[in-house]
Ligand binder design. Structure first.
Ligand code: SF4
Length: 392
């Protein structure tokens, strides 16, 4: 039964203005706040000549007939318009150390209120978050009808100075991430986008102008790997990475998940590192992280720590100044060393920050500037994660 209070009537009028009368008729008002619309019209789409809709958000370019959802599950043709089913949803919140994103040069020792939705625009057989990325929203426990202000209020209540869009690829729910990011900036919070970088050139500027930092997965350095193991392509990811580094102010770090026998050859790490140095610059941090058997890739062993140590040496040998190992205990591989004098300026173990020897953003020993975004004081932290689940 329809709520008929004046608040509800005003909310329905707002929704009609936003998505038009046909979609508004299918909207459900949220139980606690009246500015909600479960069906939210997407940005980044166009009608096709034959009456379908084309999603222009990612290079997959899905063309959808009435009622059909895209590869990512969360964008759907409803009444001839593309809607974002993920808008206003969350499949869980946590307060994560910023090092877990992973970001080692973006306000180290701080935290980010982190959340994701469901679905993905890639098809990685080794997905380490497959429980949400390979699920539809209606298969998961989730919150619906959230507002950007509710997410910001949660971050503030938890004392988190940043909000991170993560766990599943926020490219597919870009409208929701951007609206939360706007509200976060209005409230003085930072924003973090954790992504595979598989986004169209047409959409990326509108998304990343609202982000302060990004971690982008570079899953391998061959098209063969991308095509076979991720059902996507390498070239658009490289294009996103280079554009981010050259054309935006976003602080960018790169993650390469090292999978035994698939992308761990020394020559591949060498080529990937040389590309990052030449196209993004030697100050871009590279995280070489350990694979664990998951989803449809359970027949391979976890990455041996020695493989990560070797890959790190190769990447440093190619001229990258900040190279880290991840998903393993390796204090040496997770510490930031000053490129000027070699001093350990930020000592870490996994996600914990154990010691800091910086003055502002400079090495306390020799004064060399360390690339990144640092506050006046970088602090130590225990690196612990606090799961909030579906609490708001
Ligand atoms: S974002 Fe989703 S619907 Fe849009 S093109 Fe990519 S996979 Fe298809």
């Amino acid at each position: 039964m329809h709520n008929t209070t004046p608040d509800a009537d005003r909310a329905r009028a707002r929704i009609r203005r936003r998505v038009g009368p046909r979609l508004a008729a299918r909207c459900v008002l949220g139980p606690r706040r009246y500015n909600l619309c479960v069906i939210h019209e997407a940005r980044y789409w166009e009608p096709t000549a034959d009456g379908r809709v084309r999603c222009t958000l990612c290079p997959r370019d899905c063309v959808l007939r009435e009622g059909q959802a895209g590869f990512c599950y969360v964008r759907k043709n409803v009444d001839g318009r593309l809607v974002s089913l993920a808008y206003g949803t969350s499949t869980g919140f946590a307060v994560d150390p910023i090092e877990k994103k992973p970001l080692n040069h973006f306000h180290p020792g701080t935290t980010a209120l982190s959340f994701g939705t469901a679905g993905c625009n890639l098809g990685c057989r080794f997905c380490q978050n497959w429980d949400i990325s390979k699920a539809r929203l209606d298969e998961l426990a989730s919150l619906e009808g959230l507002t950007p202000e509710a997410v910001v209020a949660l971050a503030k209540a938890q004392g988190a100075p940043a909000i991170a869009f993560t766990y599943n690829d926020p490219v597919i729910w870009a409208e929701w991430a951007v609206d939360v990011a706007r509200a976060a900036h209005a409230a003085g919070l930072w924003t973090v986008f954790v992504t595979a970088g598989y986004v169209s050139a047409a959409a990326r500027a509108g998304i990343f102008q609202h982000m302060d930092a990004a971690n982008v997965d570079l899953k391998a350095f061959t098209e063969g790997f991308y095509a076979r193991w991720t059902l996507s392509h390498l070239a658009p990811v490289l294009e996103t990475l280079e554009w981010l580094a050259r054309e935006t102010k976003v602080w960018v770090e790169v993650t390469n998940l090292v999978i035994p026998g698939l992308n761990d050859a020394p020559e591949e790490t060498r080529a990937l590192s040389a590309w990052v140095r030449e196209h993004m610059g030697p100050d871009v941090p590279l995280h070489l992280t350990a694979f664990h058997p998951a989803f449809k890739m359970t027949d391979r062993p976890p990455t041996p720590p020695a493989t990560l140590t070797r890959a790190r040496a190769i990447a440093r040998g190619e001229g990258l100044r900040y190279v880290y190992t991840g998903n393993v205990h390796d204090p040496d591989g997770q510490t930031t060393f000053c490129p000027g004098c070699g001093a350990a300026v930020i000592e870490r173990d996994w996600h914990a920050v154990r010691a800091v020897r910086l003055r502002g953003s400079a090495c306390a020993a020799c004064g060399t500037e360390i690339a990144g975004r640092f506050g006046p004081v970088t602090r130590t932290s225990d690196g612990e994660r606090r799961s909030l689940g579906l609490r708001v």
